[in-house]
Design a protein around this ligand. Structure first.
Ligand code: CP
Ligand code: NVA
Length: 303
């Protein structure tokens, strides 16, 4: 039984198949209207959400399935009852579990005890559904190919950076990760991404200097403060100011596209003109969350 906890467990062929299925779902939704008929999926949230919450609910309904929403009122998993008991009970009723959690280990424990697939809808380390939607978007705007694609992630070395790096490495993309000093991505994940890139024709470059983004196709941002972080915006802005994406950076690098997982803090990590600019892919990325996740669920549940 397969889970979707991180893209690192999937091959280039498997990730490309998910992207192609997502594109087909987007173009021919009627073909998949019964893909999850009779199936129920629990969606659990320890943290807030707009895109993930709505895209899973609506996406599951479009495939004839039923989503059961468990909100933050349940608190952190493992508090009221153990993660093991949570997983054992949920497995009696549902066909898959989608969970947004604080700690990646919660998902690992859930997957260990659940008898149904577990999907990571964001944790401290990864955001794999986001990365699938992001590469689907890049694939679409590049006319159905990721051959020779390049992307520069600029900002905090966080969950989104990790999944973008790992998925890009596997898909053979040139991924450049630019973070302020002290906000680097996890060293073990960088090492794994570099290893996967070498195997799959990708490239992972790391720097504290935005010049690494020169000549890149797409610049990617995430918020400078993630859910659960205790840093103050004032302190972070002092450190991150040189990493803002604005018209000057877009012009200097020559980037055609601007990407962001959202929520975007306008005027902080990116200026309005870039967020609303011609090359902005934000809304396409958000729409593709649903298509990419549907493809993931169909892949897991058709086995
Ligand atoms: N990008 C994303 O995961 O958005 P939400 O936090 O709103 O789900
Ligand atoms: N890095 C952000 C992503 C939000 C979608 C967070 O974890 O809050």
């Amino acid at each position: 039984m397969q889970n979707f906890l991180s893209v690192k467990d999937y091959s280039k062929e498997q990730l490309l198949d998910i992207i192609k299925l997502a594109v087909d779902f987007k173009q021919n939704p009627a073909k998949y209207s019964q893909a999850l008929a009779g199936k129920s999926i629990a969606t659990i949230y320890e943290k807030p959400s707009l895109r993930t919450r709505v895209s899973f609910d609506v996406g599951i309904a479009k495939m004839g399935g039923h989503a059961v929403y468990l909100d933050q009122q349940n608190g952190q998993l493992g508090k009221r009852e153990s993660v093991k008991d949570f997983a054992l009970n949920l497995s009696c009723w549902v066909d898959a579990i989608v969970a947004r959690v604080f700690d990646h280990n919660t998902l690992v424990e859930m997957a260990e005890h659940a008898s149904v697939p577990v999907v990571n809808s964001l944790c401290n380390l990864y955001h794999p559904c986001q990365a699938m939607a992001d590469y689907q978007t890049l694939y679409e705007v590049r006319g159905g190919s990721l051959e020779g694609a390049s992307i520069a992630y600029i900002g905090d070395g966080n969950n989104v950076a990790h999944s973008l790096m790992l998925a890009g490495a596997i898909l053979g993309v040139d991924v450049r990760v630019i973070t302020p000093l002290g906000y680097s991505a996890d060293a073990n994940i960088i090492q794994l991404a570099q290893h996967l890139a070498a195997q799959n024709g990708g490239k992972i470059s790391i720097s504290h200097d935005v010049d690494l983004a020169n000549g890149v196709e797409a610049i990617y941002n995430d918020t400078w403060i993630s859910m659960g972080d205790s840093k103050s915006l004032e302190d972070i802005q002092k450190i991150f100011a040189p990493y803002q994406t604005n018209a000057e950076l877009m012009a200097k690098t020559g980037a055609k596209y601007f990407m962001h997982c959202q929520p975007v803090y306008r005027g902080i990590e990116a200026t309005d003109d870039v967020v609303d600019g011609e090359g902005s892919l934000l809304i396409q990325q958000a729409e593709n969350r649903m298509h990419a996740q549907n493809a993931v669920l169909m892949t897991l549940l058709s086995k």
